[in-house]
Design a binder for this molecule. Structure first.
Ligand code: RP5
Length: 166
């Protein structure tokens, strides 16, 4: 099946300050040619807009949601409550607890409404996008091919490393 031109992945984040982290998800999806869009919407500052936007995105064909947030980090859980599509949560390292708070908030969803939680910070944002690609690759063979090529390139880079001698 060919990918549609409409967003297959929606990236949400609670604040503009999360973009530095979440842009890694955007860049990775762009690298794979996955149609996606990124928006700032907050679970506590704009709760009605979150509901409206997630329901509209779902109806317009979004297949995976990535939600990044810091501190109390309610956004990924709220997004997961609004859609049955897979939701991937990225704990952002903002605030005095440096992402530990967000990690616990996102990973500790009570049973019934899951959020697939990634690592804190940029690594988590990159991996959320890669996991989204893997989910979509079940349906869109071109993404399975690109993912295999990405892994092969990664392995080649490792194999090409020569360590400096003392
Ligand atoms: C959360 O609070 C956001 O996801 C952000 O990580 C954190 C701080 O937000 P700002 O005060 O930078 O807007 O809602």
């Amino acid at each position: 099946m060919n990918m549609p031109a409409t967003p297959l992945v929606v990236i949400l984040m609670g604040s503009e300050s999360d973009w530095e982290t979440m842009r890694r998800a955007h860049r990775t999806l762009a690298e794979f040619g996955v149609p996606h869009e990124s928006r700032v919407l907050s679970a506590h500052r704009t709760p009605d807009l979150v509901a409206e936007y997630v329901r509209a995105s779902d109806a317009n064909g979004a297949e995976v949601f990535i939600a990044g947030a810091g501190m109390a980090a309610a956004l990924p859980g709220v997004v997961a409550a609004l859609t049955t599509r897979p939701v991937l949560g990225v704990p952002v390292a903002s605030g005095p607890l440096n992402g530990q708070d967000a990690l616990h908030a996102i990973v500790q969803m009570p049973p019934g409404i899951p959020v697939g939680t990634l690592a804190v910070g940029g690594a988590g944002a990159t991996n959320a996008a890669l996991l989204a690609v893997a989910i979509l690759a079940n349906k869109y063979p071109v993404l399975a091919e690109r993912l295999a090529a990405y892994r092969a390139a990664q392995a080649e880079k490792i194999q090409a490393i020569t360590l400096p001698e003392d």
